[in-house]
Design a protein around this ligand. Structure first.
Ligand SMILES: [Zn+2]
Length: 88
């Protein structure tokens, strides 16, 4: 299983890429507070994967942020990221 750690807000989070069957229906990622870990489906195309990772990182750092704002921020950052990468 692909797995790494990431510092988010001064704390170490485990980022794990898991079988989609390990995630709730109709989700491609989950953020868990105890212990601190993010699960992302291991079958996503690169642009969906970075979107999902970003989405879960926002949850990790801003747990109380309403979900619409989490979606908006993740989408905007991911769109800008890929435009920048693809413009190189
Ligand atoms: Zn979410």
């Amino acid at each position: 299983m692909r797995e790494w750690t990431l510092d988010i807000g001064g704390k170490e989070w485990a980022i794990k890429f898991v079988q989609p069957s390990r995630l709730p229906d109709d989700t491609e990622g989950m953020c868990y507070l105890h212990p601190k870990k993010i699960h992302v489906a291991n079958n996503l195309a690169p642009e969906r994967e970075t979107l999902q990772i970003g989405h879960e990182i926002i949850h990790a750092r801003l747990w109380d942020l309403d979900h619409a704002a989490v979606y908006e921020l993740a989408e905007a950052i991911n769109t800008a990221f890929w435009r920048s990468v693809n413009a190189k």
